[in-house]
Structures are given as structure tokens and as C-alpha cells.
Write a protein that binds this ligand. Sequence first.
Ligand SMILES: Nc1nc2c(c(=O)[nH]1)N[C@H]1C(S)=C(S)[C@@H](COP(=O)(O)OP(=O)(O)OC[C@H]3O[C@@H](n4cnc5c(N)ncnc54)[C@H](O)[C@@H]3O)O[C@H]1N2
Ligand code: MOO
Length: 432
Amino acid sequence: MTLKEPAPVAPGAAAGAKAGPPHRATAWPEARAAAVRAGTAARTGREPRRLPLGQALGQVLAEPLLALTDLPSFDTSAMDGWAVAGPGPWTVRAEAPVLAGHAPAAALNDGEAVRIATGAPVPPGTTAVIRSEHSRTERAEAAGLVLHALRDVVAGQDIRPRGQECRSGDELLPADTPVTPAVLGLAAAAGYDELPVPPRPRVEVLVLGDELLTAGLPHGGLIRDALGPMLGPWLSALGAEVLATRRIGDDAEELYAAVTGSAADLVVTTGGTAAGPVDHLHRVLDKAGATLLVDGVKVRPGHPMLLAALGGHRHLVGLPGNPLAAVSGLLTLAEPLLAALTRTPLSEGRAPVLDEVHGHPYDTRLVPVVRRGERLVPLHYNGPAMLRGIAVADGMAVVPPGGARPGQELDVLDLPWPPAPGAVPAQGACFT
Ligand SMILES: Nc1nc2c(c(=O)[nH]1)N[C@H]1C(S)=C(S)[C@@H](COP(=O)(O)OP(=O)(O)OC[C@H]3O[C@@H](n4cnc5c(N)ncnc54)[C@H](O)[C@@H]3O)O[C@H]1N2
Ligand code: MOO
């Protein structure tokens, strides 16, 4: 098939089909699962990045965190007081107190004591540490200073033995643990200067369409490109390294060169997914030898979205051109794939919806919503070509086929930025 020949392409697909022939759309949950599988498989051979501790915050561990040292790394005094050896009373050795950060003092013999601070290494031979407040000293003519315990002394008391928390090589945390401030503290204590985190997926955005303007007002049938300015930052917020956002005309050869020549792990295209006269994406993927993993999804908006394997663990997500349909494709296919690649849990919630939400008879609907207290409020301006709803939304509610009753719990796909404070826009009508 040459690129110039229009191909008969029906929306929808079976998993694993070669690009080209007609097929049925994938159910929405299965499409997301396919994207997760694709991202998980594409992890193969990707070496972790090693980031200085401070820069790893908010990522996940790409490998288990193994202790690089025993913790504590030496027998340590847990209290300010006296290191003693054997039963008391004890003769206080005439030497400087052992402080934290100091080398261990000379070994204690039975009947000897030395002043010690919390965190200091206990001298070899120490059998217990006695807290200052549980001791008294007296000056004796011959023996010098003598230490008495005011309470029973138990062997080993107030000594943190080397390796009490972990031994070198112990697994402290499994891979995929989110790097929180507490994890940074543990990693530092265990000897780490850097942490292994998944490499950022490289993404290239190809914006298709001869009708798109990059500046100024719409005129003469031309419209502003709403997706170029939106997708790069959105993909960055999902952890991607955006190599470029390129505009490609409705030219199949140019698209073929861009897709096959891209160095990205994930190519994201916009537009051209349907069967219009200049919708070249399917034919280009077929010529490129791509395998369609998802070709059409039972979701509104955005049903012509697709996911293709380009070979060599590279993928392409084709987002429909209608702007909210593109957002739907981003959340359905691109986000789960990137999350799996970066080993990041998908950010989702569940909450009851305030009022009835109309559903599609057979397909899932994704509807921009805000949270009002515990409830979800569907937003106006949720038509496929509109961004006014999503621009003020806290997330996209997943409305099952047939719709939702007032109070019904719905899954919510979170957006990768904090919810905006302020007034809740009006709910209600559904535009198409
Ligand atoms: N015969 C059928 N036609 C269409 C179907 C269908 O099932 N049968 N599905 C419709 C649906 S639903 C969608 S969504 C679109 C998807 O079409 P494409 O992915 O091929 O997108 P385009 O045709 O290129 O564009 C659609 C629409 O979006 C505007 N657009 C495109 N890119 C941008 C952009 N970067 N910024 C703003 N707006 C953009 C474009 O001008 C069109 O108006 O297909 C339907 N058709
Ligand atoms: O999928 Mo289309 O988004 O309904 O316009």
C-alpha cells in the first residue's frame, strides 16, 4: 500500500492487530490495561538514573534499597551518662568524656567507667550505659572518683548494638517505593549519596493538521492549535522528557518520516486518527510496520484513539484531534503507559456524584468534574471539541455505559496538578 492510497479503516480494533484492517474497539478498562502492559514491557533494558538525594524526591525507587552499612554502624550509647564494665561501683577513668563523632575510647576493664554522650561509640568491654540521672559519684581517697548506680543495672542497657536496625545488604525498601522525605532520610542514614530512579521516558509530540495556527485569531476556517501548547507541559507533569512538539501538515510522507525517525520512547500524535480524507495515521503506521495494540476505544469522547508498538520498545499513542477527545486519549492510553514505564502508581480516586450523569448506551464516558465536599460535580462544556470544562476541572469522572445515578460512586482520574481553589463553576448540560 502506498501512502497516497486511502485505506478502508473502521474505528476500533482488536488487540495485537497489524495496522490497517477494520476491527472492533477495545473496552475502556482493557485499553488502559493494554497501555500498562505496553509500558511495563518497555521497561526492559532501561537503566535507572542515579540522582542526588534531593532530586529524587517524588520519584520511585527503580531498585530495592539495600543497606550499604550496618545501622547503627557501631555499638552506640543511647543516653548521656556513663559507660561501665561489669558490676559496680566503678572507678571513673580520668579521661575526657567520649563524645559523638569521636573515635572509641580505650577498652574498659571490669570495675571501670567513663563519661559518655548520646551517639558516642561505647568503648570495647562496656556492659551497660547508666544515665546521668540514675547515677551519683563520690570522691574516694585512694580510688579517685567512684560511680554508683541508683537503679538496678541490666546488661546491655542503653546500648544500641551495631546492626540493631539493619545489617549491610539488608533490603530496607522494595523497588517502586515512592521517594518521600522519610525515604531520603533513611537512604542517607544507610549510606546513599544518590538514588536509582527510572529514566524519564522521552516523548515527542507530533501535531497534525493543515488547519492549525500557532498565533493570532482564527480566520478563514483556520483555528488555533490548542494541543501543541497543552500536551508538552502535561506530559512533562507525567514525568516525561519532552524532546519536541512538532507541527506536521496533513502530509503522509512527512508523518511517516517523523514517526520512523523519532528518537522518542513514546510518540504522541494529535489528529488524523479517524477515516477522513487526510487522516493518514493508520496507513502510516501500517507502512512503518507498527502493531496496533489498541485501535479505537469504547469511550466518549475520544473513541478513535489508538496505541501502537513501533518496535524496539517504542510506542505511539494517537490522540484524536478534537481537544477534549485528545485529553481523553492522554488519560486513557498515554498516562498509564508512562506510569508503567516510570513505575509510578496511577493517581485515581473514587467519590459519589452529586446528580445523575447521562451515559453513552455502550461506551464509557469521561466527564470533567470538580469536587464539592465529598461529591463530584460534572462540569458544563464537556463536548469533545471543548476545553472550557477541563480547564477548571479537578479530574475526569469515569461514567460507565448507561450513566450514573445521583450518589453513585465513580472512579476519578486525577489531573497532574493541584486542584484550583475558588468557586465551583455551574454544573449541568452536556454539549457535543
Ligand atoms: N465518519 C466519522 N467521522 C468522525 C468520527 C467517526 O466515528 N466517523 N469520529 C469523530 C470523532 S469522535 C473524533 S474525536 C474525530 C477524530 O478525528 P481525527 O483524530 O482524525 O482528528 P482531525 O479530523 O484531524 O480533527 C478533528 C477536529 O479536531 C480539530 N483539531 C485537530 N487538531 C487540533 C488541535 N491541535 N487543536 C485544536 N483543534 C484541533 C480539527 O480541526 C477538527 O475539528 O473524528 C470525528 N469524525
Ligand atoms: O471521540 Mo470524538 O471525541 O467523540 O469527538
